[in-house]
Design a protein around this ligand. Structure first.
Ligand SMILES: [Mg+2]
Length: 213
């Protein structure tokens, strides 16, 4: 009986190790070493990739500052132009740059690569996102696209992005559709975003190690 038990434990351990090792982890140094000598176009998602922006999104979704304690942005805050005006125009003052995002951007800056930001956020009349990107990452006049569309495929293609960093499953699949190299950045444990994050490391993408922060 004890022998059988040991075999079962051994099999479970083997499966666990196999499941873990399926994930292809990389570091910033490994990515740098793998890039061609010539300059590339590096594309970055924004939310949960380079900025920890959950505070603003959390307020947007869960505030009780409307009439009678309701949400001031209505029942579908992410469809509210007022929300996006506040998010893009004010709340990013409270977004925190991710260490991993800084390290990635720094690496591409040192190589002289072109850096573009492609976010699925809705566009808005007021927009401080480029200013925040400049402040956090030292990029002057950053190329920031707010696509208002979760499918970034055509935007990644239009900017001729060759390597694309994102946290969502949809970031990875969009890059793959146009043969850009997708790198997964992990969300912070404090992120309030649960959308499109079921297949980390399972889509054939590389995963940046310790990229939660
Ligand atoms: Mg994101």
């Amino acid at each position: 009986m004890a022998g059988k038990f040991r075999i079962v434990i051994a099999l479970i351990s083997l499966f666990a190790v196999t499941a873990c090792s399926r994930i292809h982890y990389v570091t910033v140094e490994k990515i740098r070493d793998s890039l061609p000598a010539q300059q590339v176009v590096a594309g970055f998602d924004i939310d949960d990739t380079v900025l920890f922006s959950s505070p603003g999104f959390y307020y947007g979704q869960f505030n009780q500052d409307g009439p009678g304690g309701s949400n001031k942005y209505g029942s579908s805050p992410l469809k509210s132009a007022v929300f996006w005006n506040d998010m893009n125009g004010q709340f990013d003052n409270f977004s925190i740059p991710k260490k991993s995002g800084r390290a990635l951007i720094e690496m591409h800056k040192q190589r002289g690569d072109k850096i573009v930001f492609i976010s699925a956020r809705d566009s808005s009349k007021v927009n401080i996102v480029p200013k925040i990107i400049t402040q956090c990452f030292g990029i002057q006049n950053p190329d920031v696209m707010l696509t208002s569309n979760p499918d970034k495929t055509s935007f990644i293609k239009a900017r001729q992005v060759t390597i694309y960093y994102g946290d969502s499953d949809s970031d990875i699949t969009a890059a793959q559709k146009v043969n850009a190299r997708p790198i997964r950045v992990r969300r912070s444990h404090l992120s309030t975003n649960t959308y499109s994050y079921d297949k980390v490391g399972e889509l054939g993408e590389e995963v940046l190690r310790d990229s939660e922060n």
